[in-house]
Ligand binder design. Structure first.
Ligand code: CUA
Length: 305
């Protein structure tokens, strides 16, 4: 968040520093007054009740420093943040690339205008604003790419939008920012500002190619015959369920399990064998496949570039 990658991110960062320094100033002043009062009360005569002749500056001080000054500071900060809220707002009339992102327990589905569907790794063009249409399939999640801008809730039955721009190519880590259950902390994602975005999104829209690696064809049969196809889609095959992530180009992703593990052979095998051992509570049950079948399914999945 403190190394912003775009205009929205810089706005949020600026507001963060403003709030920090205002808070630091208030904190220092209050601390100083406390020290003064402690030092001055030492050695002062014990006064239990104010006398009639005592100046009444104490009451005035409390009204000024305890009510008036905080009111001025809070209103000023509110007005400044309103300007940021305005600047960060999405203009629905503006025609920009729109990606629909749906929060699920506990992963992210992304759908592009050309029909490409992917999960947990969302590519966007560099230097162009992108509108995210944010939805939820189950509970309330919150879409947050700290370097690129503010967080925004994903609410069942409602569509929120968030517009972000990434100035430079790069991978920006995101995280669900609304507690949504057991694996909330492992509901991560990457937004990739991709200089070859057009090529990437065209490839993502393509169906999976028929596998030619040894064992991969058997793996595909095991995938389609077993419970895998009940939840996942691999476009180009009969598997078209959308309970779990679309796996059409799974092997092109760098991570699995919502940005939780590197997409290596061992991690993928473990995930297919028993997802619960990596993500306790996740919707995916342990595979009802023999170890040989699991190995072939993984071989097949690794062909899905
Ligand atoms: Cu989804 Cu927290």
């Amino acid at each position: 968040m403190l190394s912003p990658g775009g205009e929205s991110g810089r706005r949020v960062e600026g507001l963060w520093w403003l709030l920090l320094w205002v808070s630091v100033a208030v904190f220092v002043v209050v601390l100083a007054l406390m020290v003064v009062s402690i030092v001055r009360s030492k050695g002062a005569p014990d006064q239990t009740a104010p006398t009639e002749s005592e100046p009444r500056w104490g009451a005035r001080f409390i009204v000024t420093a305890g009510v008036a000054i905080p009111t001025v500071i809070l209103v000023a900060v509110f007005v400044v943040s309103l300007a940021d809220v305005r600047a960060l707002a999405d203009d629905p009339n503006e025609d920009v690339l729109t990606v629909t992102v749906t929060g699920h327990v506990w992963w992210w589905e992304a759908e592009y205008p050309n029909g490409a569907i992917t999960a947990n790794e969302i590519h966007i063009p560099v230097g162009q604003p992108v509108r995210f249409r944010l939805e939820s399939a189950d509970v309330i999640h919150s879409f947050w790419i700290p370097a690129l801008g503010p967080k925004r809730d994903m609410i069942p039955g409602q569509t929120n939008t968030l517009r972000l721009t990434a100035d430079e190519p790069g991978r920006y880590r995101g995280q669900c920012a609304e507690f949504c259950g057991l694996q909330h902390a492992r509901m991560g994602l990457f937004v990739v500002a991709d200089p070859d975005f057009d090529q990437w999104v065209a490839h993502m829209a393509e169906p999976a190619e028929a596998p030619d690696a040894p064992g991969a064809l058997e793996g595909r049969d095991a995938f389609l015959a077993g419970s895998c196809a009940g939840c996942h889609a691999i476009r180009g095959t009969e598997a078209d369920a959308r309970v779990g992530p679309d796996l059409t180009h799974l092997a092109s992703r760098q991570t699995i399990g919502a940005a939780s593990w590197d997409n290596t052979h061992d991690n993928l095998t473990q995930f297919v064998t028993d997802a619960q051992s990596l993500k306790p509570g996740a919707v995916m049950p342990p595979a009802e496949l023999t170890p040989d079948e699991i190995a072939m399914v993984v071989t097949y999945l690794e062909t899905l570039r």
